[in-house]
Design a protein around this ligand. Structure first.
Ligand SMILES: *[C@@H]1O[C@H](CO)[C@@H](O)[C@H](O)[C@H]1NC(C)=O
Ligand SMILES: *[C@@H]1O[C@H](CO)[C@@H](O)[C@H](O)[C@H]1NC(C)=O
Ligand SMILES: *[C@@H]1O[C@H](CO)[C@@H](O)[C@H](O)[C@H]1NC(C)=O
Ligand SMILES: *[C@@H]1O[C@H](CO)[C@@H](O)[C@H](O)[C@H]1NC(C)=O
Ligand SMILES: *[C@@H]1O[C@H](CO)[C@@H](O)[C@H](O)[C@H]1NC(C)=O
Ligand SMILES: *[C@@H]1O[C@H](CO)[C@@H](O)[C@H](O)[C@H]1NC(C)=O
Ligand SMILES: *[C@@H]1O[C@H](CO)[C@@H](O)[C@H](O)[C@H]1NC(C)=O
Ligand SMILES: *[C@@H]1O[C@H](CO)[C@@H](O)[C@H](O)[C@H]1NC(C)=O
Ligand SMILES: *[C@@H]1O[C@H](CO)[C@@H](O)[C@H](O)[C@H]1NC(C)=O
Ligand SMILES: *[C@@H]1O[C@H](CO)[C@@H](O)[C@H](O)[C@H]1NC(C)=O
Length: 561
């Protein structure tokens, strides 16, 4: 009872400050996005109504009593935001609808005869008939969150949101399967084991099992006779004054959160599965590989691939070169194989070689025009076609993914060695020129940095011995390492003390790092360096500065045409 007092206080406060917020929505009354926009639960912990969303509003249920106003349910989650002229009201046939002026009405609830609606202290939005019996409730349609009292019944699932602020359907789901198992899957996959990334392993429980949460933060399963069949989390022994929720988050992790209602702090994570941020399958999209850096996931494209959207790296990667079909060989593309060590992918093998060696596997993929990549493990070579799915780095050094990378002989490939025999002599000179120019270019960049560093005496902090001959190779190597590490850590501003245009600085560093790329064939041509310096050409992240550098080793086997 004591724990209700803060909520009551909150409710009174909200009522005093906002325009009188009602507890009930009855026939004849309406809600508007900008005026009386929502109704409160009796304690003030939850609210139902319009909340600001994107550039407009959405209709939903949220924790009014927590500073974050965490949203737990949204009507029409995939629809664009509503305009300020929208209303929530009962229609003459007593459905609750949301409607924009001049727009179509959208039913929030089922078509059931109702007389009023309330948001309860549990967070359940319920529609009552004239006999005060619940005829519809939001608890029957959970979105991505289980609140105490919600029963996730067999055959139903929670679907993650796109992001914390965008509630449209995201990439992951947790299914309460009809066989009694609770399983995490990527969206759009069948309920089969090879797509699962976490499970309670309770398929022996059988039909009509339910997943639920109690007020002490205990997540558990009820068997078909309504008896607790398995505790998933232990729950607190006494947890008065705490709110709990279990949410499948946008990153695919299913987390149990608690919030101490007498404190203004954030939600605390009580429990989370899987424990590994790269665990959720498909987190980096098609052809993307997941890696863990500072306990967070980072998406990486394989060599020869680029992000489909640089701003949204989890959308996956696309080939940055065009391939030729098997039946129309024009010999315009040369291929090499690059190896990504310590990686695994979901195998959809079309050809299998065993026993074989690492080199034989590479060669086999290179010579097979159908082969886009190969997964190598132990003595087994498994040929794959695109797209590569569920790619990730692991701690397991016995596995590698080989990726076929094309080099355009028309000269459009990035740093492509031109191996057309007719032009061989010319090629050699071009190669020398490339390396020479790259060195000159990078030396210039190094000099510029060194000058800046000395000017601001940061040099001294970095290297205690004062030294003026900054061009000796040793200093260069240390500096290159330092620049690389700053670039990788997104801390290029550390390199210069003043506020500079980070984007141009980063571009310069990228160009520099490309020029000192260990693998000569990947150094860009002079023309490209000029274009990149001018800013007329996009500068991709150099291989040496990609995360897990050490693990992407390039080995090239060229096929002579
Ligand atoms: C909501 O309406 C119902 C039915 O009229 C009533 O019993 C209940 O007390 C009302 N709740 C509040 C908080 O006004
Ligand atoms: C909201 O305010 C309007 C008038 O401004 C009123 O007609 C309506 O009944 C109010 N709704 C509620 C739920 O109080
Ligand atoms: C939410 O994300 C979806 C898909 O990425 C996008 O189409 C939609 O516009 C976003 N909605 C809002 C309100 O940001
Ligand atoms: C209501 O808002 C919608 C969406 O912005 C707009 O299309 C419509 O014209 C508006 N209706 C009126 C009557 O202003
Ligand atoms: C379910 O089984 C898998 C495979 O045996 C195991 O890795 C996992 O830890 C089990 N899940 C739970 C919740 O015990
Ligand atoms: C549910 O669990 C209880 C207690 O373990 C057991 O007695 C009952 O038979 C179970 N019901 C079913 C349908 O398995
Ligand atoms: C909530 O916070 C208050 C104040 O910090 C503390 O006294 C109380 O024990 C906390 N409640 C729980 C359940 O942790
Ligand atoms: C609260 O937690 C969320 C999710 O864990 C996080 O994104 C946010 O930054 C946190 N806010 C504060 C103020 O710590
Ligand atoms: C991926 O690349 C192919 C060929 O380069 C192109 O046709 C396709 O539109 C690209 N897809 C995306 C999503 O960018
Ligand atoms: C492509 O190369 C093969 C082998 O080097 C050669 O036999 C073939 O004629 C070439 N095709 C074209 C279209 O140049």
């Amino acid at each position: 009872m004591a724990s209700i007092i803060p909520y009551l206080f909150l409710a009174v406060l909200s009522m005093a400050t906002a325009q009188q917020r009602s507890f009930n929505l009855s026939r004849g009354s309406s809600l508007f996005p900008t005026e009386n926009s929502s109704i409160l639960s009796p304690s003030g912990l939850f609210a139902f109504g319009f909340f600001p969303y994107g550039d407009g509003f959405a209709v939903g249920i949220w924790f009014e009593g927590t500073p974050q106003k965490t949203v737990v349910w949204v009507a029409y989650r995939n629809d664009p935001p509503l305009s300020p002229n929208a209303t929530i009201a009962f229609t003459s046939d007593v459905r609750l609808v949301v409607q924009e002026l001049g727009g179509q009405e959208k039913s929030i609830t089922d078509n059931v005869p109702a007389s009023f609606a309330s948001i309860l202290d549990s967070g359940n939005f319920a529609l009552y008939n004239s006999g005060s019996t619940v005829v519809w409730q939001s608890f029957d349609y959970p979105m991505d969150t289980i609140l105490p009292g919600i029963l996730l019944t067999a055959g139903n699932q929670l679907v993650s949101s796109t992001s914390e602020s965008n509630h449209s359907m995201g990439n992951f789901r947790i299914a309460m399967q009809i066989d009694g198992n609770v399983v995490l899957y990527p969206i759009g996959s069948p309920n089969t084991g090879n797509y699962a990334y976490w499970a309670t392993n309770t398929s022996s429980f059988g039909k009509n099992v339910k997943l639920t949460l109690d007020g002490n933060g205990r997540l558990y399963m009820l068997n078909s006779s309504g008896v607790n069949a398995k505790n998933i989390t232990p729950g607190a022994t006494h947890s008065g004054g705490k709110a709990y929720r279990a949410t499948i988050d946008a990153d695919g992790i299913f987390r149990l959160y608690s919030h101490n209602l007498s404190e203004s702090g954030n939600w605390s994570i009580e429990w989370a599965v899987p424990g590994d941020v790269c665990g959720p399958k498909g987190i980096c999209g098609m052809n993307g590989f997941c890696d863990i850096q500072n306990q967070q996931f980072v998406c990486i494209c394989p060599p020869g691939f680029v992000f489909i959207n640089q701003e949204q790296k989890d959308l996956g990667c696309n080939r940055s070169f065009t391939t030729e079909s098997c039946d129309f060989k024009t010999n315009q593309t040369k291929y090499i194989i690059q190896e990504m060590q310590n990686t695994v992918i979901e195998q959809s093998t079309y050809a299998f070689l065993s026993p074989t060696t690492n080199e034989e596997c590479k060669q086999a993929c290179l010579e097979d025009c159908n082969c886009d990549a190969a997964f190598f493990q132990g003595q087994e070579c498994m040929k794959q076609k695109l797209p590569l799915t569920f790619g990730r780095f692991t701690g397991d050094s016995s596995t590698s993914t080989f990726v076929k990378v094309g080099i355009d002989l028309g000269g459009n490939g990035f740093g492509a060695p031109n191996i057309n025999p007719i032009k061989r002599t010319k090629v050699l000179r071009v190669d020398i020129l490339i390396i020479g120019v790259a060195c000159v270019a990078f030396s210039v960049i190094l000099l510029a940095f060194s000058a800046l560093l000395m000017r601001y005496r940061i040099w001294r902090n970095y290297q205690p011995r004062e030294s003026l001959d900054i061009n000796v190779p040793e200093d260069e190597i240390i500096l290159v390492d330092w620049v690389t590490s700053c670039f990788k850590a997104n801390e290029v501003l550390k390199l210069v003390p003043e506020v500079v245009d980070v984007q141009s600085l980063e571009r310069m560093i990228r160009i520099g790092l490309w020029c000192v790329e260990e693998e000569p064939t990947f150094r860009p041509a002079m023309k490209k360096v000029v274009q990149m310096l001018e800013g007329t050409m996009h500068v991709p992240i150099p291989p040496c500065a990609r995360s897990s550098v050490e693990r992407i080793s390039s080995s090239s086997i060229g096929i002579e045409p």
